[in-house]
Design a protein around this ligand. Sequence first.
Ligand code: FAD
Length: 554
Amino acid sequence: MSLSALDREQYLNQLGSETFDILVVGGGITGAGIALDAASRGLKVALVEKGDFACGTSSRSTKLIHGGLRYLKQLEFGIVRETGQERAILYKNAPHIVYPEKMLLPIIKGGSLGKKSTSLGLLVYDLLAGVERKERRYMLDKTETLKAEPLLREEILKGGGMYIEYRSDDARLVIEVLKSAKNLGALIINYAKVSELKYDEKGQVSGAKVLDERNGRTVEVNALKVINAAGPWVDNLRQADKSLKNKRLHLTKGVHIVVSKEKLPIQQAVYFDVPADKRMVFAIPRNEVVYVGTTDTTYKGSTDECFATKEDVEYILSAANYIFPTVKLKPSDVVSTWAGLRPLIHEDGKSPSDLSRKDEIFISDSGLISMAGGKLTGFRKMAERAVDTALKQLSTSHGYTFKPCVTAKLSISGGDIQGYPSVGAYETALVTEYPKFPGKEIMSLVRKYGSNARKILDAATEKEGCDKLLKSEVAYAINEEMCYTLSDFIVRRSGRMYFERPSLQSIYPVIQNQFTETLHLSSEQAAADLKEFMKEYYGVMAFCEKNLAKVDLA
Ligand code: FAD
């Protein structure tokens, strides 16, 4: 069952004509996980997302599936254990988008951890997270640390710890989870905004009015339960439900910058101290670039438009220049950025970095279930808790039989590479099978689409002319991933805005043509799409004034 942009009318008609067990509001990782969990327990579920899938925080994270070493410092052992176990499950179920990455933790004078505490901390981390023996941490002396990473500032270095984290692509993870939910019968629609909640005569939430942001029509949706998974917007819906009492969100902003590997040629990922404020920052290589972040500052601006500022970029550059003193990064070396909002739960007197990342469920008097906080890594377990809550209520109110969660054993779309011992072996097999296409491009497709890469390769084999792979990738995104715009494709389906921005000028016209042809866009629609794309294209560089002007113009 495909998630096709061309079937929008049919999806909207279905949304308005059936009664759902659960309506999920929000197509980030929290909502996607809930839709998958609910569908896999046999519930009738619909999910609506006001923008594109993953357009909120879930495309703007550090893109790590991690046990959260920093939470050890805050003594949040429960989070470390749970996220560690989740990491292992996700690695099994979605091996194409979750893979191990060596991470170096340098121990420096004046840093937050000493040699003994790092060694013990990393060991506890490995044990709590159930890390396999061969992947467990090992400690390095100063000479070994410098050998592993010659760019480190030598005079403050005391040694290091090497451990394993898992790298991912947050937006792709969301899309793959949504496609899996769709395969199990969930109705999934993007550009569909809950504008109002609906209530029955007893004042209980009974659905929502949903605005189709592409065509302007409103659909009334009936649902026995509504789960609010709106991330940074969770409190907006609670406010509309008149249940925004006691606990509320505290949004903090996190920025990453991207530079070319030539400018920051690190040997592996590094997780380093920023002595000035005792925070820790990641530098993570990815293909031809390295991304560095993040910041963590209280955010009070617009939730819909959040960009990296000059101050954010300067903070990250100075942290990188301190630990890697010879690289001397400048603002002009930055090729892209992204900024995301953490939907954390407010605690009086705590600084942004000290706020807990734990998830919580709020149930209002009207029955609205809201889920806030949490991590990308823990999304499966969060979904289990949310669906358990809804299903227990449905068993009391409507006599439903409680069924336990089954997602730990569910392969996620693209993750089914059975018959191959690893993703690497699968890549090698495809490279041999499709000799017409460059191996590097095939491997990049597998790391985005897993076993679905074969569909793109087959379609490209049948095409004539140039840019066959790119055109087939766009067609796949439209036909199977409900992709409507240049930005949907360039930012979230393929990650190119962040990791390949310098090459976009030459390829975006090909992508745009494909959209115009397949979606039958009028010239006005195509122009509006291009304008939106340009806003994002310059927006990621808005920390620099000349680009800020272009964002305003676009
Ligand atoms: P979102 O992704 O924001 O999704 C909510 C969605 O709801 C949005 O798409 C929005 O458009 C939609 N919505 C809102 N209102 C409506 C409405 N009325 N109708 C319909 N739809 C609506 N976690 C990790 O595990 N690993 C990391 O490395 C990591 N790094 C991070 C780094 C940064 C800088 C940040 C900010 C977070 C990081 N996190 C990380 C945390 C993780 O990214 C978030 O916990 C997670 O993405 C939140 O997902 P969400 O689905 O709750 O919110």
